[in-house]
Ligand binder design. Structure first.
Ligand code: HEC
Length: 162
């Protein structure tokens, strides 16, 4: 009787392990190792810098710049800041688009020289700072990050905009 119980125990353990192997097997099939993953295709730039500026950078930056403000009039002071999840998400979406626009500007065929790379990265960093501020739901931090974004725009324009 005891050995029957023991055998049952062993087969139960084997059964559970068997399921474990099936699960692990299925997972590794879905996530091929790096060697098996197809390499990223070569990227070919499509948009002009002006189109990236007008189509992605400006809307992204505007979403950040306009999200937090203080307006002082004779009637009093109005503080504007994101409040709902949707409003916070709109700021995050703008910042994410801005960061990705920075990536586009770093693409082969666009990155003009070392300063261009530094200035695009400065814009990406400022956008990421904004994302951190949104995560913290901190309007003052968003405002400050917006200042960094603005500085990054001006730095590059001073040098490359003709
Ligand atoms: C790494 C360099 C770089 C950064 C960073 C950069 N820009 Fe630009 N931007 C340019 C260049 C170069 C032009 C000129 C493009 C042209 O006219 O061909 C330009 C042009 C523009 C224009 C004028 C487009 C037009 O109508 O002619 C706007 C608007 C603009 N940028 C907005 C921004 C904003 C907002 C930011 C920051 C959030 C920013 N840019 C950051 C390089 C940059």
């Amino acid at each position: 009787m005891r050995s029957a119980e023991w055998l049952f125990g062993v087969s139960a353990v084997l059964f559970v392990f068997g399921i474990g192997f099936v699960v692990v097997g299925a997972r590794s099939a879905r996530h091929p190792t790096t060697a098996m993953r197809p390499s990223a295709p070569d990227l070919v730039p499509v948009a002009s810098i002006r189109q990236i500026m007008q189509g992605i950078v400006t809307p992204g930056a505007t979403a950040i710049f306009e999200s937090v403000s203080t307006t002082i009039t004779l009637e009093g002071t109005t503080e504007k800041a994101p409040r709902t999840n949707e409003e916070w998400a709109a700021v995050a979406n703008g910042a994410a688009a801005l960061a990705e626009a920075g990536n586009l500007m770093l693409m082969e065929g666009r990155a003009l020289d070392g300063d261009w790379i530094k200035m695009s990265q400065a814009m990406i960093d400022a956008a990421k700072l904004t994302l951190t501020a949104v995560q913290a739901r901190n309007p003052q931090q968003v405002f400050d990050a917006g200042g960094e974004v603005y500085t990054s725009c001006n730095g590059c324009h001073a040098q490359y905009m003709r």
